[in-house]
Design a protein around this ligand. Sequence first.
Ligand code: HEM
Length: 126
Amino acid sequence: GNPVSFFEQVGGEETFHRIVARFYKEVKADDVLLPLYPEEDLGPAEERLRLFLMQYWGGPHTYSENRGHPRLRMRHVPFKIGPIERDAWLRCMRIAVDEAGLDEAHRKQLWDYLEMAANSLMNSWS
Ligand code: HEM
């Protein structure tokens, strides 16, 4: 296999920082997503998503050192995630990923994963 991780190939922490910061900038202005967040300060949520994605793509395992096993499905159970919420999440993330300046192969690999993950976290069909 390729010894250089996707994480490193796309520019490491800086790239993930940029993507997740851009995503949360959109979330703050999104009437569907913003009410789902239990905390007014989105900073800690931004850090958790950034660290999770860095770990998933072969970067440092800081996420699991802080939070343990991701158990993403379980951790999303408190939030109603139907088609409207999924679409809103993907809309915000699409902007963030498209603006990150990745080459097409990496952009598509990241996007396909995020789309699959968002679908897998749905827990409501209304
Ligand atoms: C946490 C919403 C999809 C990864 C959260 C939180 C909300 C939320 C409200 C709590 C914020 C917090 O951390 O305090 C949603 C919605 C989604 C979605 C509406 C639409 C499908 C995803 C996807 C991923 C993801 C696709 C990963 C690829 C995470 C992570 C956390 C989180 C890592 C923090 C978990 C923890 O350590 O507590 N999400 N999410 N989410 N979400 Fe999502």
